[in-house]
Design a protein around this ligand. Structure first.
Ligand SMILES: *[C@@H]1O[C@H](CO)[C@@H](O)[C@H](O)[C@H]1NC(C)=O
Ligand SMILES: *[C@@H]1O[C@H](CO)[C@@H](O)[C@H](O)[C@H]1NC(C)=O
Ligand SMILES: *[C@@H]1O[C@H](CO)[C@@H](O)[C@H](O)[C@H]1NC(C)=O
Ligand SMILES: *[C@@H]1O[C@H](CO)[C@@H](O)[C@H](O)[C@H]1NC(C)=O
Ligand SMILES: *[C@@H]1O[C@H](CO)[C@@H](O)[C@H](O)[C@H]1NC(C)=O
Ligand SMILES: *[C@@H]1O[C@H](CO)[C@@H](O)[C@H](O)[C@H]1NC(C)=O
Ligand SMILES: *[C@@H]1O[C@H](CO)[C@@H](O)[C@H](O)[C@H]1NC(C)=O
Ligand SMILES: *[C@@H]1O[C@H](CO)[C@@H](O)[C@H](O)[C@H]1NC(C)=O
Length: 644
């Protein structure tokens, strides 16, 4: 397997070095779009000035008068490249220059945050103004920033740093590092080596309400790497995966890894459909979101005493026990049946919904129900596995339960219901992966993505009091903590665990940290999480085991391999191999015992996989486990038989 992984890496590298260009979407020659020109690594030459090279290259395509005007940003601290406003033919001419690796349009990326906001379709603009005083917590337990820190606190308006948040910068399209949209940061976490165990945070703000620009994102990577962060945590992604040389997160993470920095990235929230994972490069730790054993639910009690279980964070108490239920034409005078049923914008009639609970066929209808002044709302949700904050007494029912309330409403002359406030229940099925984006990896099948899963549903998270807590303009509530769901919640967990490993093993490479997280992950139940590894990768993050295991596989610095099996162990240990075989494949490991006599010793083994009747286009899972008396490390093996 180690050998196989090595050949994969050379594939990835050759992809990164391949020169190519994508259309920068110019409509005519005067219509310029921001494109990113990727020039690879910085040369080891003190006299070399990237900005003058960038201007020189631009002069060759747009002339010396315009070059400075079209240059948007130079990347020059950690890697080489620039963003510029280019037409199609100009971007093509740049792509043909021998020093250029790739040219691609600066697309808009999205936060992988609250699933409710993106999968339900935003129907109303978010209120952007708010009380905006600086209120970052000053924690007296922290000393000054670590000496290696080379960053600055330039967070712009309404942003101050302290000994916990030690750095801030902002990029196109933001005007400040202050979070006004809720979880708007690409965060980088730095650890104070030795001294205090707690992480420091530097915020690199790249997103506004419309999204995050790829050129700003690369600027944040360029700075974060040079500022001296230890771990980069980035809960941002494109809507679909791109080849590595067109993917700014892959490019940034590649250069970060070269400098010994691990990038942890949210897998995306486009599951459960397969092939939806958007974070696909081998140099990234891609994190899926799983449920935790605490669920937040609320009950809907129908007039016939039947109780349905819904998902939402509903802090409201209705004063009474039964209220009229209405739907479609009974709630709207102006909209056609279907639009009224969906509670589309401006469809509900305030006079009709007043004092009543309105049914909405789509989740986002809660915003319109609130705006129209309904007493409450029962919503049809495709995502009953996570609970979102609602602006009025409301809850989301699974398609099936929603069907029950609809037939109850149809069958009654005077349908009634009550919505109870949220309660917390224990969920013994956790961890389960639901909305999180799935593999297989659409760019490079041989690399399993996501890599790992971490808690990401119904997570209590610190929140910006400047940001609205629901999508409803009328909802003026402001909080410092809120319940949120998404791979954006899972990603900082793995970043935190990775940062902690870094404090214990400051000499470990990013690949070694990643490898230790993956090989110590807990196996998950594939029966309730389909389709197994493509949902959760190596399994559920086990922070205790990852932090305490003395056996975490060590991969040499600069070796970008996937968990190869060179092990860092305490001396005089022998590991036995065990294969948990999959159907229709024969797997052999040679040798079956690895004995280590000294620290940092490297051992190799060969894994041979023979297909014995596995049909084309199918995949099976198996596992390789190396164990001695008290510890074991595990690697999932996913065998796909594709027609090449
Ligand atoms: C939302 O904002 C965009 C631009 O900021 C504007 O074009 C659009 O009309 C707004 N939509 C609503 C529903 O206000
Ligand atoms: C939002 O801004 C408008 C003016 O643009 C102002 O009238 C209103 O009071 C502001 N709302 C809040 C909550 O700050
Ligand atoms: C900073 O806060 C002030 C006052 O609260 C507000 O008017 C301004 O828009 C804020 N600026 C940013 C960039 O958030
Ligand atoms: C219920 O009554 C209490 C006390 O009268 C009030 O504070 C609360 O807002 C009422 N709830 C709703 C949803 O109207
Ligand atoms: C509920 O929403 C799903 C899509 O999420 C849709 O397929 C289904 O038809 C809806 N159910 C009703 C009763 O509208
Ligand atoms: C990550 O989540 C686990 C729950 O599985 C929790 O125990 C741990 O404290 C979290 N770690 C961090 C760094 O957030
Ligand atoms: C896995 O999940 C299934 C379905 O929820 C359940 O029946 C089974 O007991 C679970 N297995 C384990 C080992 O927890
Ligand atoms: C693995 O296979 C290669 C090629 O057959 C061989 O050269 C090497 O010695 C083998 N390594 C081990 C540890 O068996």
């Amino acid at each position: 397997m180690a050998k196989h992984a090595a050949s994969l890496f050379s594939y990835a590298l050759s992809a990164l070095l391949h020169t190519a260009s994508l259309s920068c979407e110019a409509i005519d020659s005067d219509d310029r779009k921001v494109c990113i020109v990727n020039i690879g690594s910085l040369p080891n030459d003190e006299a070399y000035s990237p900005p003058s090279q960038h201007l020189g290259m631009l002069e060759r395509v747009v002339g010396s008068n315009s070059a400075a005007n079209v240059l948007v940003q130079s990347y020059k601290r950690s890697f080489n490249g620039f963003a510029a406003k280019l037409t199609d033919p100009e971007s093509e001419r740049l792509a043909n220059m021998k020093e250029v690796v790739s040219v691609f349009p600066s697309k808009t990326f999205q936060l992988q945050t609250t699933r409710s906001w993106d999968f339900m379709g935003v129907s109303e603009n978010i209120t952007r103004n708010a009380t905006a005083e600086s209120d970052v917590i000053v924690d007296e337990g922290f000393g000054p920033a670590p000496r290696k820190w080379k960053g600055v606190c330039k967070g712009g308006q309404n942003f101050t740093c302290n000994n916990k948040i030690i750095g801030a910068r902002f990029y196109n399209p933001t005007e400040s590092a202050r979070d006004i949209i809720g979880c708007g940061y690409g965060l980088a976490q730095g650890t104070a080596r030795g001294g205090v165990p707690s992480c420091r945070i530097a915020a690199y703000s790249v997103c506004n309400v419309e999204g995050c620009s790829a050129d700003g994102l690369l600027g944040a990577f360029d700075d974060a790497i040079a500022d001296g962060v230890d771990i980069i945590s980035i809960s941002i992604g494109p809507s679909s995966a791109a080849p590595f040389h067109y993917d700014p997160i892959a490019i940034g993470a590649f250069h970060a890894m070269e400098k010994g920095i691990l990038t942890s990235n949210a897998a995306g929230n486009n599951g459960p459909e397969e092939g939806t994972v958007s974070s696909v490069a081998p140099c990234i730790l891609t994190v899926a979101a799983s449920s935790i054993d605490r669920r937040i639910i609320d009950m809907v009690v129908l007039g016939n005493k039947r109780t349905l279980i819904g998902s939402s964070v509903n802090s409201f108490t209705l004063n009474g026990t039964s209220f009229p239920l209405i739907y479609r034409k009974d709630a709207s005078r102006i909209c056609p049946e279907l639009s009224a049923g969906n509670c589309e914008p401006d469809c509900l009639d305030g006079n009709l919904v007043k004092g009543k609970i309105v049914l909405c066929d789509q989740y986002v209808g809660n915003v319109e129900a609130h705006k129209a002044g309904a007493l409450g709302s029962v919503l049809n949700t495709s995502n009953a596995d996570a609970s979102f904050i609602v602006p009025l007494p409301a809850t989301g029912l699974s398609n099936q339960e929603y069907g029950i309330i609809k037939s109850y409403l149809k069958s009654m002359k005077d349908p009634q219901a009550d919505i109870l406030p949220s309660e917390v229940i224990k969920d013994d099925t956790a961890p389960v992966v639901s909305f999180s984006s799935r593999g297989p990896n659409p760019i490079l099948l041989e690399i399993i993505k996501p890599d790992i899963s971490a808690p990401g549903a119904d997570i209590l998270a610190a929140y910006s009091p400047d940001a609205p807590i629901t999508q409803s303009r009328g909802d003026k509530r402001r909080v410092k903590y809120k319940i949120a769901s998404g791979t954006s919640m899972a990603c900082p967990n793995s970043s935190g665990v990775a940062a902690f490993i870094k404090t214990i093993h400051p000499d470990w490479s990013p690949a070694a940290i990643k490898s230790s997280l993956m090989t110590t992950a807990k196996p998950m139940n594939r029966t309730n999480t389909s389709p197994g590894e493509f949902a959760y990768g190596s399994g559920h993050i086990d922070s205790v085991k990852a932090e305490t295991t003395p056996l975490a596989p060590q991969v040499l610095k600069k070796d970008h391999n996937y968990p190869s099996m060179a092990a860092k162990v305490t001396p005089m240990k022998s590991f036995m191999a065990k294969i948990l075989p999959g159907p229709k494949v024969d797997i052999k490991v040679v040798p079956e015992v690895l004995s280590f006599k000294s620290l940092n010793e490297e051992k190799n083994f060969n894994l041979t996989i023979v297909r014995t009747g596995l049909p084309d286009g199918s995949h099976v899972s198996a596992e390789l486990i190396w164990s001695e008396e008290t510890h074991s490390i595990r690697s999932p093996i996913l065998i796909s038989s594709s027609v090449m």
